[in-house]
Design a binder for this molecule. Structure first.
Ligand SMILES: [Zn+2]
Length: 343
C-alpha cells in the first residue's frame, strides 16, 4: 500500500512537473508571438512612412526635369510646375512621420507664440491649380507698391467692382497703410520682397529669406497674418539673379513651395515696366492683346512714377468686362502660371 502510495505520489509529482513545464513553454511561446507581431506592425508602419517619403522624394526629383523644355524665344513660356503636387505630398508625408511621435511637432503649428525670427505660415494646403480653368478671368496683379498711387488704383477697381492682387514691397514706409486698405477692400495681398534690391535679395538664399521675412513681418503688422502668395522680383524666369548667385532661382522656386508658399509669375502684361514711361494708350493696347485667353494673370505695376498705369486702367477694365471677363483677386483656387527657370 505504502509502495503503491509512493508510486502514486511520484506520478502526481511528475504530472505536476509536466504541467508546470507545459505552462512555461506556452507562456514563452505566447509572449514570443505577441512580441513578434508587435514588432512586425512597427516595422510595417516604418515601411509605410519610408515608402511615402520615398515616393514624395521620387516625385519631387522627377520635377527637376520639368524645366528642361525651356525655349529661349518665349519669354512668357509659363511652364506650369507639377511641383505643386510634390509640395503637398512632401507636407503630408512630413505630417504622417510626425504623427507617430507627440514630442515632434511641426514648427508650422506653433501659432500661439512668437518663438521664431521667421514668420509662420500655414502649410500643407495645395495652393492654386496648374490646370487652366477655361474661364474668362482676368487677374490684375500690381507689383512694387504700395505707393502714393495705390489709393487711385483702389478707387478705380471699386468703381468697376473689380478685384486685384497686390504683390507688395516695404520700402515706401509712408504708404504701408495701403496694404491693409487694399486687403479691406477685398483685394489679395502677396509679397514681392521688402527691398526689391536684386543685388541684395538674390545674393544668397539666406539673403532672400531674410528679406522675405522682413516683408512678412510688415504684412503681419498691417494685416495680422503672413500672405502665402509671393512673386519673385523679376519673376522666377529672371536672369538678373545670375549676376549675384548661380542657380538661386532653381533652388528658390522649389524651396518656397516646400515652405508652404505659392509663387505667381504672369502670362500677360500691360508692359509698364518696359523701356521707361509709356503712354496710357500704349499700355491699353498692350493689355488688350491677350483678349480671348482664359485665366489671364496680368503683370502691372503700382509704382509712384507710373501715372500712365493708373490712367490706362479704366479702359482696360471696361474692355475686358465688355468681353465677358470677371476681374478677380488671386485665391487658393486660382490658376498658377510658372515661368521656366533660367538660373
Ligand atoms: Zn517688381
Amino acid at each position: 500500500m505504502l509502495h503503491k502510495s509512493g508510486e502514486c505520489m511520484k506520478r502526481v509529482a511528475l504530472l505536476s512537473l509536466l504541467t508546470v513545464i507545459t505552462g512555461c513553454l506556452s507562456g514563452i511561446l505566447f509572449y514570443s508571438f505577441i512580441e513578434k507581431n508587435t514588432s512586425d506592425n512597427n516595422l510595417q508602419d516604418l515601411n509605410v512612412d519610408a515608402q511615402i517619403a520615398f515616393n514624395a522624394n521620387s516625385h519631387y526629383i522627377s520635377d527637376d526635369n520639368s524645366n528642361d523644355s525651356y525655349d529661349d524665344d518665349t519669354s512668357f513660356d509659363f511652364n506650369v510646375n507639377s511641383a505643386i503636387d510634390a509640395a503637398v505630398i512632401m507636407s503630408s508625408s512630413t505630417e504622417s512621420l510626425y504623427a507617430s511621435d507627440d514630442s515632434m511637432t511641426p514648427a508650422t503649428e506653433n501659432t500661439n507664440e512668437d518663438n521664431s525670427s521667421f514668420s509662420q505660415i500655414k502649410s500643407g494646403n495645395k495652393i492654386g491649380t496648374d490646370k487652366l480653368t477655361g474661364q474668362k478671368i482676368l487677374y490684375l496683379t500690381f507689383d512694387d507698391g504700395p505707393s502714393k498711387l495705390t489709393p487711385k488704383i483702389l478707387d478705380i477697381l471699386d468703381k468697376y467692382n473689380a478685384k486685384a492682387t497686390f504683390f507688395v514691397t516695404g520700402f515706401a514706409t509712408d504708404c504701408s497703410k495701403y496694404i491693409k486698405e487694399a486687403h479691406d477692400r477685398g483685394h489679395t495681398i502677396g509679397m514681392h520682397t521688402y527691398t526689391h534690391d536684386y543685388s541684395n535679395v538674390y545674393k544668397s538664399t539666406e539673403a532672400y529669406y531674410k528679406d522675405l521675412n522682413k516683408i512678412s513681418k510688415l504684412c503681419e503688422k498691417e494685416l495680422g497674418f503672413t500672405p502665402q502668395y509671393i512673386r519673385f522680383p523679376g519673376g522666377s524666369s529672371n536672369t538678373v539673379s545670375s549676376n549675384y548667385c548661380d542657380g538661386i532661382m532653381t533652388y528658390l522656386s522649389k524651396d518656397v513651395l516646400k515652405k508652404g508658399y505659392q509663387y505667381y509669375d504672369w502670362n500677360c502684361a500691360n508692359g509698364d515696366a518696359v523701356g521707361g514711361e509709356q503712354s496710357a494708350e500704349k499700355l491699353y493696347k498692350n493689355a488688350i492683346e491677350s483678349i480671348g485667353g482664359t485665366d489671364l494673370v496680368m503683370l502691372c505695376h503700382d509704382s509712384g512714377d507710373k501715372q500712365s498705369t493708373v490712367d490706362s486702367l479704366p479702359k482696360i477694365i471696361e474692355y475686358y468686362q465688355a468681353h465677358g471677363y470677371e476681374l478677380k483677386a488671386i485665391d487658393d483656387t486660382s490658376y498658377v502660371p510658372h515661368h521656366c527657370i533660367n538660373n
